[in-house]
Each structure stands twice: as structure tokens, then as C-alpha cells.
Design a protein around this ligand. Structure first.
Ligand SMILES: O=C(O)c1cc(=O)[nH]c(=O)n1[C@@H]1O[C@H](COP(=O)(O)O)[C@@H](O)[C@H]1O
Length: 314
């Protein structure tokens, strides 16, 4: 099961972080970009090649201690087919290095369309009896706005292909309260969604006691995360918002259960573009090492924070 594999990696590596692979061409070091621009001009192909090389260097520098990566597909889709090829190759490379891959795709649609999304990102596609895998990552993010039936369509691949999904429950952005905090029959919308997630999680509990259906809970809303932790006891939380969006260790400790597990904390820009923090002595040439250092510091800070509240698993 996805969740057993994730928890095993987290325990083995003693690390609760996920590195977000959200490449922006403007922030990729000149040395990497210019190599491809010289070869192919300022083309989409050059940009996609540069992104792939950049991602591989980041993965090479973190795979030995970070359990998972989370590429956000929008950063690849904007480069069309070439970008999606870079996405696919990035996912494959991370898997070859033993990392779990959470495809941040935020999909969800009417049942039959969700099945197509699930085929693409979790399962496979059957062309008259010949089976092909396309993106086939370990887990995805999904949008619950269209209702519980749309989420259920992903369950077949979650069970049969041992995959996972993280449902958007309380997002990290400033406007997340505009809809998610509305009250219906005395419950916040995010609490209603938590109920849906909790129901689905009961169908996907692994040997580790956690479920392959998890929740996205923004690090920027610590108070709400405490409520949500109680509503979805077996769901793993994927927690974005640490670092670049301002959340700190204190904001995320309550996303964890008393057993020291239950959450994986994402940072994207804060790690992959760490080389830009010249005050820390990082350089563009050694952007991979800068990312490594920053990820190590994040890991240690979170472990220390969890120790302080007596929730460190190891
Ligand atoms: O699903 C997500 O990962 C997500 C949900 C959310 O509520 N907030 C959020 O920031 N994210 C994603 O998490 C990443 C955060 O990136 P940084 O702010 O650079 O660390 C981006 O890929 C976002 O798309």
C-alpha cells in the first residue's frame, strides 16, 4: 500500500519532509539554462531540458534522506508537451532513486472523467488489450469541490494499484477561508470535506495504521489543523505553506499525531531555489548542495520541534 511505503520511508530516513519540485525557468541558474539555450535557442524544448537537468540535480542531492518529492504539474504544463515530458522524466528519475512521488495535479471531475484522470496519473490505459502506463505516480492531490462521488472514482486504483491521494481540505492560501470556512448546518465546509476524507480513509488503512487517502492541510492555518487532526485520525496530512508562505515549525507540530507520525511537510521554493540565499554563502554553481543543506536544516528543525512537544517518532 502507498501509505505503508511512505511511512516506511519516513521512519527509515527519520525525515518528515517532502521536497516540492516547482521549477520556474527564471530562477534556474544561468549556467544550466544557457547550455540548452545555446543548443536550441530560447525554445520550449530548451526550457524543458533545463528544468529536467535542474530537477535531477535537486533529486541527486536529497534522495538519500528525503522520502518523497511533489512536482506541481502546472510548472510543467505551461511548457506544453515538452513540459509534460520533463514532468514524466522527473517522476521516473525520482522513483529510480527510491523516492515516492506525489503528483500535485489537483484534479477532480464527474465520475467518468475522474476515471480518465486516475488512469493517467495513478493507473494505466488499456488500448484494446495492450496496457500502457503514462504518468503513474505514487499519489496525487485531488480537488473535492465536485463532491464525494468524484473522489470515489480514484479508489479503484488506490486499492488495486496501491496508490494514494491527498484531498484538499484546508488550503494554505490567503483566500482559502472564503469558501472553505463557510458554515453549513453548524459545520465549516472544511470539516464537511474532512468527513468525506475520513470515510474514504477507512477503506484504505494500511498495516501502519494510516490510510492511503490523506488530506492537504495548509501549514498557514495551525488552529484549523488541530481541529482537522481530530476529525481524520488515520489520514496522513500533506502540509504545504512551510517556508516561502511563512509557516514555521510551531505552526506544523499539531499536524502530527501523538505517535510522532501523520504529517509530511512540503517546501518547494524554499528548498529548490535555496541557492539564491547568498547570505548563507550558497552559490548558483552549487545549487544542488544549497538545496541539500536547506532540506537538512528543515528536517532537523522539524525533528527538534517535534521533540520539544514530545511527538518525535524516533
Ligand atoms: O496541494 C498542494 O500541494 C498545495 C495546497 C495548498 O493549500 N497550498 C499549496 O501551496 N500547495 C502547493 O504546495 C507548493 C508550495 O510551494 P512553496 O510555497 O514554494 O513551498 C506549491 O506546489 C503549491 O501548489
Amino acid at each position: 500500500m502507498f501509505i505503508d511505503a511512505l511511512v516506511k520511508e519516513i521512519k527509515n530516513k527519520k525525515c518528515n519532509i517532502v521536497v516540492g519540485l516547482d521549477p520556474r525557468i527564471g530562477s534556474i541558474p544561468e549556467g544550466v539554462k544557457n547550455k540548452y539555450f545555446k543548443e536550441c535557442g530560447h525554445t520550449i524544448k530548451a526550457a524543458a531540458e533545463a528544468i529536467l537537468e535542474f530537477n535531477k540535480e535537486i533529486i541527486d542531492n536529497v534522495y538519500d534522506f528525503v522520502p518523497a518529492v511533489k512536482p506541481q504539474i502546472a510548472f510543467y504544463e505551461q511548457y506544453g508537451v515538452e513540459g509534460l515530458r520533463a514532468y514524466m522524466k522527473t517522476c521516473k528519475y525520482a522513483k529510480e532513486k527510491g523516492m515516492l512521488v506525489i503528483g500535485d495535479i489537483k484534479r477532480g471531475d464527474i465520475g467518468s472523467t475522474s476515471v480518465a484522470y486516475s488512469n493517467a496519473h495513478l493507473g494505466n490505459i488499456d488500448i484494446e488489450g495492450t496496457i500502457h502506463e503514462t504518468f503513474a505516480v505514487d499519489a496525487i492531490t485531488v480537488n473535492p469541490y465536485m463532491g464525494g462521488d468524484t473522489l470515489e472514482e480514484f479508489m479503484k486504483d488506490i486499492k488495486e494499484k496501491e496508490k494514494g491521494m491527498f484531498v484538499l481540505v484546508k488550503t494554505s492560501n490567503k483566500g482559502s477561508g472564503q469558501l472553505q470556512d463557510l458554515e453549513v448546518n453548524g459545520k465549516k465546509i472544511y470539516e464537511v470535506v474532512a468527513g468525506l476524507v475520513n470515510d474514504l480513509s477507512q477503506q484504505s488503512i494500511g498495516k501502519c495504521g494510516y490510510a492511503s487517502v490523506g488530506a492537504v492541510v495548509g501549514a498557514t492555518y495551525p488552529e484549523q489543523s488541530r481541529t482537522l487532526r481530530k476529525l481524520m485520525k488515520e489520514s496522513y496530512f500533506l502540509v504545504p505553506g512551510y517556508g516561502a508562505q511563512g509557516a514555521t515549525v510551531e505552526d506544523i507540530v499539531d499536524c502530527f499525531n501523538e505517535d510522532g507520525l501523520g504529517a509530511i511537510i512540503n517546501s518547494s521554493r524554499g528548498i529548490i531555489f535555496a541557492y539564491q540565499k547568498s547570505e548563507k554563502g550558497y552559490t548558483a554553481e552549487k545549487y544542488g548542495q544549497a538545496a541539500r543543506q536547506e532540506a537538512l536544516e528543515m528536517r532537523d528543525a522539524i525533528n527538534k520541534g517535534l521533540e520539544t512537544v514530545e511527538k518525535c517518532y524516533w
